[in-house]
Design a protein around this ligand. Structure first.
Ligand SMILES: Cc1ncc(COP(=O)(O)O)c(C=O)c1O
Length: 168
């Protein structure tokens, strides 16, 4: 789908300079470069805080842990995604409830989420797949209506944009 090798070759020199500097400093955790990266990412995204993690699965697990849910609580996930979106839910003893995605952009839809909500539903994990943002305006409205947490899985769409009220 994406030629990562080609992308790497284009940025090889820049990447090598940065990785060399990290390896030479031997500061892999909470070092100067990590702080620099977090600041740059926050500025790119226009948010106050970015906390980097070892990988995307850890990020999902940590975000879920922060919700303090109860074993058996249900978390709505798309049926079409990388395994981690649901794996992090199951690892913590919560129940992933799969809903279908749209044929248009392969993302979870408000209509399908609505049908899956039960009294045990506590959160929704929309995944922005293949660089395309899910319809967050509708999803957030629904989440607010049912008092549900929302954790966005952005592993595949960092920097993707969703302009509210432009769809439909
Ligand atoms: C949609 C999605 N979520 C989560 C992950 C997990 O990321 P990681 O492999 O860094 O744990 C991936 C990885 O490909 C992904 O595509």
């Amino acid at each position: 789908m994406a030629d990562l090798g080609k992308q790497y070759l284009k940025l090889k020199e820049e990447i090598s300079l940065e990785t060399d500097s990290v390896f030479s400093s031997a500061q892999f955790i909470k070092g100067e470069k990590v702080e620099e990266l977090e600041k740059e990412l926050a500025s790119y995204l226009g948010v106050k805080h970015v906390i980097t993690c070892g990988n995307g699965t850890d990020a999902l697990q940590l975000a879920l842990m922060a919700l303090n849910l109860t074993i058996g609580d249900e978390v709505i996930c798309p049926s079409f995604s990388f395994i981690s979106s649901a794996e992090a839910v199951a690892l913590l003893g919560y129940r992933p409830v799969f809903v279908d995605v749209s044929y248009d952009d392969f993302n979870i839809t408000m209509e399908n989420i609505k049908d899956a909500i039960t009294v045990k539903t506590k959160a929704i994990i929309p995944v922005h797949l293949f660089g395309q943002a899910a319809d967050m305006e509708k999803i957030m409205n629904l989440a607010n209506q049912y008092n549900l947490f929302v954790i966005e899985d952005n592993a595949q769409s960092f920097g993707a944009d969703f302009t509210f009220s432009q769809k439909n």
